[in-house]
Each structure stands twice: as structure tokens, then as C-alpha cells.
Design a protein around this ligand. Structure first.
Ligand code: 3MF
Ligand code: MG
Length: 430
């Protein structure tokens, strides 16, 4: 036990509570569209942002004073103690981690593996008593200097090998802790300059790396979902997993479109020039929707600020696409969100997550009401109704179509898209 969160009571649902340490909208047991909110949203805390991040930025160093900031197993165990104390306060069902978040950094692959195994043993016992489950595990293939030129796409085969070995141990750890997904974010899988990059070679390396990860996971009996997390850039100038559509083309290239889905992050969608709901709808249309990293970006700074979400209308339109896609199966809402580096107090960590969980609950409740109202879906169906009687057009040919257009004197009149009226419907619910 630590005393890091001493004096902070477990957060409960109380819409009339006088402070910001109660859920005003997130009632885990509220039934929406036949399912409890907790089971709709499947909230997860990110180990790295909440317990590993020291608070630095490009122009300043550590601001957070955490008693577990040390590179030892004792410190890692204290960090885990604090993590589960926070999980018990928030009551969220899941957490996520990278290997480097939970274990001390060793001087070799063998030492990293030994440290990881010691920490998954420790965390495994805490999971049993806490009940908090693992949404997904992943490997940190981007922080250590060995990965500065990539992991799977590195020009040095020994870095490829070290990364592949590390992913093996992280898949093992995820399976050991009952993780429901495994994620790969390729923060260094890209390039700083084309002047020293062989794009074709790096694509083949990345394809083989992912294929090996999929084959290994299935061979050891992992039944969860394997997810790629798209991001267009940062830290690399260009990241190969740019956005959902790009990832899908890559999966098709290597015959993995039925093996791998996507973990879509709000901030990454914005960096790619899309809306969050665009990426969610695109993934659903391609059959690869899996899970989400929930946060928001600062729209003026232009980089990945990983802030807690505050914009209910935006979140409602995002969860509308999640619900249209059928909701989460193994996936969930992982808060890939961190405090601002000036938010120094332990209670800030609790309040940041409480507010974000309420925003997501408000958004999902509104999205469910919009979906159950049916007006948006009715308008969408009506817009394409003309194809019901003319589906054979898609199996015809240009010459036949041309003859029919001429013979039938076809000269279509435009029909209103009614966008403002559809937006008015959304505004009734958010
Ligand atoms: C970077 C990210 C990453 C991924 C994480 C899991 C460090 O912008 O979002 O967070 O979420 O590596 O894939
Ligand atoms: Mg993320």
C-alpha cells in the first residue's frame, strides 16, 4: 500500500454531489440500449500517462514528484500499488500498459524479460484482489535510443530482432494477465527524411513483423483482438500507419485484413486531418473497428497534447459511430490522456479521469438517444433508396448504361442533402 491517494474516497455516482470527485453522469449500472453503461464504455486507465510520465515537455523537465520514480523493481512495485489504489478509487474496469511502463529498464533483453516477468507476477496478484482487468498490453518500441530509426522498419536487422523478441515477451505478458487485445503503435515506424529511406524495404519488414506477431499470438492461444493504432506523424515526420484507410491497405497487402483491427485515437485522427468520427466510421465500413484511445488535442498547438476529453458534442458523434458499428466487443475506451504538467496533486489524477468519464457517459447517452430516435438513420436510408430498384446498375457496363440513359432520357434532378436539418437533430440531444 502507498499513501499517495490518502484521504480520497472511492468515486460514486451522485448527480447532485457538490464536488468534482463524484460521477454526475457515469452511472455504471444505468441501462442504455439494453446494456449497462459500464459495459458500453469499458473504461481503461493508461499506465504510461498516469503513473510513468514525469511531466516533461520539449522545453522543461520533470514536474511530478512521484515516490516510485526510480529504475528498480521496488519502485515498480510501488508504482503498481499506487495504480491499483487509483483503480479502486475510480472503479473503472480496465487498464493498459507498455512493458516499459511497468518494469525497470534493464541492460539487456534478458534483464528486461526477467523484470517484466517479475512485474506481471506482481500485477497478476493485484488484479485478482482488485478485479480490474487488462484491456490491452503493448510493447514500447519507441522510447529507447535503439529504436530511434524504427523497430520493425529499422535498417539494422539486430534492432528488428530485438523488437520482435520484445513483442513476443509483451504478447506473453498480455496473455498471462488475460488481456483482451494486443496493440501495436508504430511511433518510430516511418521516416525523418526520404534521403536515407527505402520505403519498399521498410514496408516489407513491417508486413513480416506484423505477420510474425499475429502468427505467434494465435500459436500460443491468444483469443483476443490484435490492433494497430494509426497515427500520421509525431515523433516521426511521417508514420507509415498514417490513418485507418492507410492501415487497411497495408493489411490487405499482407493478407491480414481479417486478423488485425484498429485502435483509433481521437488526437491521432485530428493530426491526420480527419475527425474522430471519420476514422471510426471508416474503420467500421472496412470491418476493422476494434477499440479507441480517448483524449483530445489542443486545436491551436497542432501536436498530440493527449488531454482529457471535454467536448460532449464531439464525443457524442464519435460514440454514435461506435454504436452504429455495434459497440465494443473486446475493445474499449482507453484514456490515452495525461494531466497538464502543472497539475501536480494526486487528486488531479482522479478528477481528470472522473470528468473525462462523465463526458464520455454524456456522449454515449446522447448517441444512444440519437440512434434510438432513428431520424438520422432514416434520412441516411432514404438518401440511397433509389438504388433499391436499380442495384443491377453496378453489374452492368458503360455501353449498356449509356444506351439506357439515352433511350430513357435519364436526366436526374438534384435532391437536398438536408445537412443543417440533420445537425439540428444532433443538437437536440447533445
Ligand atoms: C502515442 C500514443 C501511444 C500509444 C501507445 C499504445 C504512448 O501518440 O498514442 O501512447 O497509444 O503506444 O499503442
Ligand atoms: Mg494512443
Amino acid at each position: 500500500m502507498t499513501d499517495f491517494f490518502a484521504g480520497i474516497a472511492p468515486v460514486r455516482f451522485d448527480p447532485t454531489a457538490p464536488d468534482d470527485l463524484s460521477y454526475r453522469h457515469y452511472d455504471p449500472d444505468r441501462v442504455v440500449m439494453g446494456k449497462r453503461l459500464e459495459d458500453h464504455l469499458r473504461f481503461s486507465v493508461a499506465w504510461w500517462h498516469s503513473f510513468a510520465w514525469p511531466g516533461g515537455d520539449p522545453f522543461g523537465g520533470q514536474t511530478f514528484q512521484r515516490p516510485w520514480f526510480d529504475n528498480t523493481l521496488d519502485a515498480a512495485r510501488m508504482k503498481a500499488d499506487a495504480a491499483f489504489e487509483m483503480f479502486d478509487i475510480l472503479g473503472q474496469p480496465f487498464f493498459c500498459f507498455h512493458d516499459a511502463d511497468i518494469r525497470p529498464e534493464g541492460d539487456s533483453f534478458a534483464e528486461n524479460t526477467s523484470n517484466l516477468n517479475a512485474m506481471t507476477d506482481y500485477i497478476g496478484t493485484k488484479m485478482e484482489s482488485s478485479g480490474t482487468k487488462l484491456l490491452w498490453g503493448t510493447a514500447n518500441l519507441f522510447s529507447h535510443r535503439r529504436y530511434m530509426a524504427g523497430a520493425a522498419t529499422n535498417p539494422d536487422p539486430d534492432v528488428f530482432a530485438f523488437a520482435a523478441a520484445t513483442v513476443k515477451t509483451c504478447i506473453d505478458a498480455t496473455v498471462k494477465l488475460g488481456g483482451q487485445n494486443y496493440v501495436l503503435w508504430g511511433g518510430r515506424e516511418g521516416y525523418e527524411t526520404l534521403l536515407n529511406t527505402d520505403l519498399a524495404r521498410e514496408r516489407q519488414q513491417a508486413g513480416r513483423f506484423l505477420t510474425m506477431a499475429v502468427e505467434y499470438a494465435r500459436k500460443i492461444g491468444f483469443e483476443g483482438t490484435i490492433l494497430i493504432e494509426p497515427k500520421p506523424q509525431e515523433p516521426t515526420k511521417h508514420q507509415y500507419d498514417y490513418d485507418v484507410a492507410t492501415v487497411y491497405g497495408f493489411l490487405k497487402d499482407f493478407g491480414l485484413e481479417n486478423e488485425v483491427k484498429v485502435n483509433i485515437e481521437q488526437g491521432h485522427a485530428i493530426l491526420a486531418g480527419h475527425s474522430f468520427e471519420h476514422e471510426l466510421a471508416m474503420a467500421a465500413s472496412l470491418g476493422i473497428f476494434g477499440s479507441i484511445d480517448m483524449n483530445r488535442n489542443d486545436y491551436q498547438s497542432g501536436w498530440d497534447t493527449d488531454q482529457f476529453p471535454t467536448n460532449v458534442p464531439e464525443i457524442a458523434t464519435a460514440y454514435y459511430e461506435v454504436l452504429r458499428a455495434g459497440g465494443f466487443t473486446t475493445g474499449g475506451t482507453n484514456f490515452d490522456a495525461k494531466l497538464r504538467r502543472q497539475s501536480l496533486d494526486p487528486v488531479d489524477l482522479i478528477a481528470g479521469h472522473v470528468g473525462a468519464m462523465d463526458v464520455c457517459a454524456r456522449g454515449l447517452i446522447a448517441a444512444a438517444a440519437m440512434l434510438e430516435d432513428g431520424a438520422l438513420e432514416a434520412a441516411r436510408t432514404a438518401r440511397y433508396a433509389g438504388w433499391d430498384a436499380k442495384a443491377d446498375l453496378l453489374v452492368s457496363d458503360l455501353a449498356t448504361i449509356a444506351a439506357n440513359v439515352e433511350k430513357g432520357g435519364i436526366n436526374p434532378a438534384p435532391v437536398s442533402g438536408r445537412q443543417e436539418r440533420l445537425e439540428n437533430i444532433v443538437n437536440r440531444y447533445v
